[in-house]
Design a protein around this ligand. Structure first.
Ligand SMILES: Nc1ncnc2c1ncn2[C@@H]1O[C@H](COP(=O)(O)OP(=O)(O)OP(=O)(O)O)[C@@H](O)[C@H]1O
Ligand SMILES: [Mg+2]
Length: 299
């Protein structure tokens, strides 16, 4: 009896929400001027430097005058907060509670970067019922009011949730190291991506290089394979040197760009931020953050 009543209540609630949602989507169609950049950071192999790139690039862009928000969407190893050097009290999944608002899950990180942390459970959140999805969609929509650039740290590899984030993002940075296994896995991501979408907005970042030459070699190797088998090539946005200050900063749970802004890795991050800001946005028609959410939630 109780069960039936609560099911009915859910249904009524869902209908009401559906209508509200329809109205909201109608409104969103007029909101095409929203230009928040959405950049997903992903990799084939794990442990190649995604989170370090996401955190430090976010700080680099913020220091360059952008309002940046970082969202940790790595289901397995949500650890942006560890590298941010501050403790997050809440995460994205908490938005599913009615009494939790967007502001409640946004933390202040280094240099004024805003971040949403530790999404252990996001898989559950994305696969839950449509009502919960819509709640998330609606609450997250307002992120674009608070940020010029939203960076998303995805997990590694080809599982469904990672691919969904990558496909929904307007721009994708695929990070790899020069190791053959990392290259093979990076290629697998490009291949998967190219089978799902016609868009060509993946750029490479080559991490842990000894010298600049190594970055060109890596890019060439990947592109020889992509040209032969996929009929396409990818550009390289930049590189990050192998640098012991990265490990030292990780030990201290601080971003290396803050600990040592003049280190080799930090200077590379500053260059990457400059390239992102000066270069052409990768996709000609951008639909901003709300476009990202619409794609992610399948609207
Ligand atoms: N440029 C670098 N120089 C030296 N060490 C590095 C560099 N980049 C990353 N590392 C090392 O690699 C480790 C893993 O980096 P990070 O956590 O950013 O990888 P990840 O791709 O996010 O991993 P996961 O797939 O587990 O999420 C760092 O803790 C650091 O020790
Ligand atoms: Mg990580």
């Amino acid at each position: 009896m109780f069960d039936q009543a609560s099911k009915l209540r859910d249904l009524v609630e869902e209908r009401a929400d559906e209508e509200a949602q329809a109205r909201q989507i109608g409104e969103l169609r007029f909101d095409m001027a929203e230009t928040t950049r959405v950049i997903a950071i992903t990799s084939g192999k794990g442990g190649v430097g995604k989170t370090n790139l996401a955190v430090n690039l976010a700080i680099g862009l913020q220091l360059a005058g952008q309002r940046v928000m970082l969202i940790d969407a790595d289901i397995g190893m949500a650890n942006v907060n560890l590298l941010m050097g501050s403790v997050a009290n809440r995460s994205l999944v908490d938005l599913l509670s009615d009494d939790v608002q967007l502001e409640d899950v946004i933390e202040d990180g280094a240099a004024g970067v805003k971040y949403i942390s530790g999404v252990a459970g996001i898989e559950a959140a994305l696969n839950v019922n449509r009502l919960a999805q819509r709640k998330l969609h609606k609450k997250l929509g307002r992120c674009s009011e608070m940020a010029d650039i939203i960076i998303i740290d995805t997990g590694a590899g080809l599982n469904r949730n990672v691919i969904e984030f990558v496909l929904a993002a307007e721009e994708v940075l695929l990070i790899t190291t020069p190791e053959p296994t990392a290259l093979a896995d990076a290629y697998a991501v490009i291949k998967a991506y190219s089978t799902y979408t016609e868009r060509r907005n993946i750029k490479l970042v080559v991490n842990r290089i000894r010298d600049e030459e190594e970055c060109y070699e890596v890019t060439d190797k990947i592109n020889q394979t992509t040209k032969n088998f996929l009929g396409m090539t990818v550009d390289c946005l930049g590189y990050i040197y192998e640098d012991k200050t990265v490990r030292e900063a990780v030990q201290m749970q601080e971003p290396f760009l803050i600990v040592n802004p003049e280190s080799a890795a930090s200077r590379c991050i500053t260059e990457l931020a400059k390239s992102l800001l000066s270069g052409k946005r990768m996709e000609s028609v951008s639909r901003g953050w709300r476009g990202f959410l619409d794609r992610l939630f399948g609207y």
